[in-house]
Design a protein around this ligand. Structure first.
Ligand code: FDA
Length: 318
């Protein structure tokens, strides 16, 4: 299959329950999953966090799960975040002074009930609010992830509501969406924390740029707005061109190294993460854990065809 067709095929597969059952049962998948996912349990996530902190990196932890269609499962996700936050509160970082917290959790609202057919928006808001309150008590920040474009209005409205009581709540904006430059302007006010990523879902042309060149150009325009704005930009990318541009834009507007941060995913470009941290930049690692890794894992395969080759090799009989 040509590389250009691989990405949409993998992203479609990321949402197939039938394929999920097949892929998650394969024992050979595990070694590649372990590259991107820091274990199944809270103690494993805490151990990986402690290791990253010892190299000076900040961390944001995601309890994996998405597209929940069951209220009980959404409540189970809240329980996992509460257990995680109780454990994080014991780490020395939780009591460090400063407005930018070294420890953060990332939430997917669809895991908290947003896609439930009845009252999903309100249920996700209530669940997210409960996690924000527990995070506040634990000295841990919260950022809300961005999912497919059908959820963007609901997600940004929930973030606005959360920010009334928890003003430090961060949000993710996806540069590939045509609307995002306007969202960057709306959200780049004082005290805001915006994580800018390229975007990882399969989206129609009507709402999203399709070519890599268009997405990169949009990312640079959004980055410029955030760097010029009064908020705290969180530059979430592994792309050397975007990283260099962020450094350049920050210098141009005299933003110091502690007035923005770089963010990368667990297991991706680890040497570059360390290099930036050693170079006095703030670097935060997005660290996912839990058993519901399928959708997250398939999006990582879709981003880089070489990952798929590793995966297929692992499946081949020895
Ligand atoms: P690009 O895809 O152009 O990759 C640049 C280079 O990075 C590649 O050449 C390769 O070297 C390396 N690389 C990238 N992906 C890789 C992979 N999977 N495996 C190995 N190497 C890889 N998306 C979203 O829709 N909603 C969200 O909430 C988030 N949240 C988020 C948080 C953080 C901290 C990050 C870093 C990313 C996200 N994303 C996301 C994912 C994001 O939208 C995007 O899909 C990936 O970051 C890949 O895009 P890059 O900017 O890295 O560039």
């Amino acid at each position: 299959m040509p590389a250009g067709l691989l990405r949409p095929a993998l992203l479609a597969a990321a949402r197939s329950p039938r394929l999920e059952r097949g892929v998650t049962r394969m024992r050979a998948t595990r070694s590649l999953v372990d590259r991107f996912v820091a274990g199944s349990t809270e103690p494993q996530a805490i151990a990986a966090t402690t290791a990253l902190r010892s190299s000076g990196r900040f961390v944001t932890i995601d309890y994996l799960g998405e597209d929940t269609t069951d209220l009980g499962r959404a409540r189970d996700t809240v329980a996992h975040y509460r257990a995680l936050l109780t454990a994080l509160a014991e780490l020395p970082d939780a009591t460090e002074p400063g407005t930018v917290r070294p420890l953060e959790v990332s939430l997917k609202l669809s895991a908290l009930g947003q896609s439930l057919p009845r009252d999903g928006h309100r249920i996700a808001l209530d669940n997210a609010r409960e996690i924000c309150a527990a995070a506040h008590d634990a000295g841990v920040a919260v950022t809300v992830d961005a999912e497919d474009h059908t959820t963007t209005d609901s997600t940004l409205s929930i973030v606005r509501d959360l920010r009334v009581d928890f003003p430090g709540t961060g949000t993710v904006l996806q540069a590939y969406l045509r609307r995002t430059e306007a969202d960057c302007r709306d959200f780049a006010g004082p005290g805001s924390r915006i994580r800018l990523c390229k975007g990882a879902y399969r989206e129609p042309e009507s709402v999203a740029y399709q070519s890599a060149a268009e997405v990169d150009a949009a990312y640079l325009r959004c980055l410029r707005i955030l760097m010029d704005g009064a908020g705290y930009p969180m530059v979430a990318t592994h792309d050397p061109a975007m990283i260099a541009a962020a450094q350049r834009y920050a210098d141009e507007v005299d933003r110091k190294a502690d007035e923005f941060e770089f963010q990368m995913l667990y297991g991706i470009r680890d040497a570059e993460q360390r290099r930036l941290a050693e170079d006095s930049h703030r670097v935060r690692v997005y660290l996912p854990y839990g058993d519901q890794w399928y959708g997250y894992f398939m999006r990582r395969l879709a981003e880089r065809p070489a990952n798929l080759v590793f995966f297929l090799r692992a499946l081949a009989p020895a």
